[in-house]
Design a protein around this ligand. Structure first.
Ligand code: CAA
Length: 415
């Protein structure tokens, strides 16, 4: 048991220690270089692969460690503590793999997962489009059935790891008339004719990992690559994938917060003003204490959310907890990074110092894998459903304010 009361398996502890070592040796020392150059840190990715860290989230029967979402969170946290960009470069492989792990056929799992576990194939997740971000059902990329194949046409946006990845989980519309079975998920391999990485984005942060547009010009994929072997399951696959992956983003945020806090702590004890280290000034102490409290609270929520998924799999509670962990931890990361820059003062604003990068990297955490507004929407929907279980509290609330008109409950509107 660690200090969060969540039990870590021996394997999880081992993977955490390996990730910490790789972060110290291969990630932190090169973080500024790859950030400036906007280049992928292949050296660190190789070290991660050789150390078996890509096995973390792959089940044992498919060549992985089967260490679960909690171990994935621990590894992502350690890597992100050194470089938030590299944290996502690692974790996005889990995001791209979960549709196969959670929804794939036995043949698909046997074929793809061992290669991902070995680090032979990197993965990406293609859901978002120019006009479909938060509204993930509003996709326009189409997949048409053609004999034994599907033909995919359209453009995806914000594909993290695009170009580096060898395997892409791609969501496309197969039945535009259907409300609940509109979308299907496919595995598309790099090099498939018609599949191209086009615009590589010039980003504010996480600059060491490419975020790209992926274009599909009549890309022919065999029906064997339809995830789950049945059309119409794509939105479900996407949603359950995000439930499993969001604790990983949240863990990146905890790592980013801890990394920023550690640097601010060292600096506050070194930097002297008014004759003493600034850590001796109460206003700085208050900031540091708040940063530490928030980081620790986020960590505990993230570990609890991740452990819940490992314990009981997909469920309404685990979906809510994943959204809470993602939203809380990433808001904390932004706040902590902002305060860390403040502790560094003018130097914090300069790129010569490492803290500016933490600030730039933090912002995307509140946006990707579901904006924090979407997380709050998910949480609120769960709360509204849970209100039905709280009927016994009705008698303690006076009814004076009840309106005379009867409509559908507010929770089903505007959400
Ligand atoms: N698990 C399983 N099924 C789920 C589910 C879940 N968590 N949530 C919803 N569903 C099912 C529902 O049961 C429903 O099924 P039926 O039609 O059979 O009833 C269906 O999905 C539709 O559900 P909703 O009506 O709730 O869907 P919605 O259109 O209202 O959208 C949403 C819900 C929460 C806003 C969703 O669209 C969403 O999560 N949006 C954000 C998308 C997102 O996170 N994008 C980021 C992509 S990854 C990225 O950032 C890039 C990267 O590479 C890092």
């Amino acid at each position: 048991m660690d200090h969060t009361n969540v039990v870590f398996s021996d394997k999880a502890k081992e993977l955490q220690a390996i990730a910490r070592k790789i972060a110290d040796e291969h990630v932190r020392p090169l973080a500024a270089k790859y950030d400036k150059a906007q280049e992928y840190n292949y050296e660190a990715a190789r070290a991660v692969a050789e150390a078996g860290l890509f096995k973390t989230f792959i089940p044992e029967e498919y060549g992985g460690h089967g260490a679960g979402v909690l171990a994935l969170a621990l590894v992502a946290e350690e890597l992100a503590k050194a470089d938030s960009g590299f944290g996502v470069a690692f974790a996005v492989n889990a995001l791209g793999s979960f549709p196969i792990i959670l929804g794939g056929t036995e043949e698909q799992k046997k074929h793809w997962l061992p290669q991902i576990a070995a680090g032979d194939k990197f993965v990406a997740f293609c859901l978002s489009e120019k006009f479909a971000g938060s509204d993930a059902q509003g996709l326009s990329v189409r997949a048409f059935e053609d004999g034994d194949d599907y033909i995919i046409c359209g453009e995806k946006k914000w594909t993290t790891n695009g170009g580096v990845a060898d395997v892409y989980s791609v969501f496309a519309v197969t039945d535009p008339e259907s409300k609940s079975r509109r979308i299907s998920a496919f595995i598309v391999e790099k090099g498939t004719p018609g599949f191209e990485v086009k615009k590589v984005e010039d980003k504010m942060g996480i600059r060491c990992v490419p975020v790209v547009e992926t274009h599909f010009d009549h890309v022919r994929v065999p029906k064997a690559n339809l995830i789950g072997g049945r059309a119409g399951l794509g939105f479900r696959h996407a949603m359950s994938t995000l439930d499993y992956a969001r604790p990983g983003v949240a863990a990146q945020a905890v790592g980013a917060s801890q990394g920023a806090l550690d640097l601010a702590n060292v600096y506050a004890n070194r930097r002297k003003q008014f004759g003493i280290p600034i850590s001796g000034h109460q206003m700085v102490q208050q900031m540091m204490a708040d940063m530490a409290m928030k980081t620790e609270a986020a960590r505990r929520l993230v570990y609890t959310a991740a452990a819940g998924i490992d314990e009981s799999g997909p469920s309404a509670l685990n979906s809510k907890m994943a959204a809470m962990a993602k939203c809380f931890a990433t808001d904390v990361a932004m706040e902590v990074a902002t305060d860390a820059v403040q502790v560094f003062g003018g130097y914090g604003f300069m790129e010569d110092y490492p803290i500016a990068k933490f600030f730039r990297d933090a912002k995307i955490l509140q946006i990707y894998e579901g904006t924090n507004q979407v997380q709050r929407l998910v949480i609120a929907r769960h709360l509204i459903r849970e209100a039905g279980e709280l009927e016994h509290l009705q008698e303690f609330i006076p009814h004076e304010e009840q309106q005379s008109y009867s409509e559908e409950p507010v929770g089903s509107r505007n959400l």
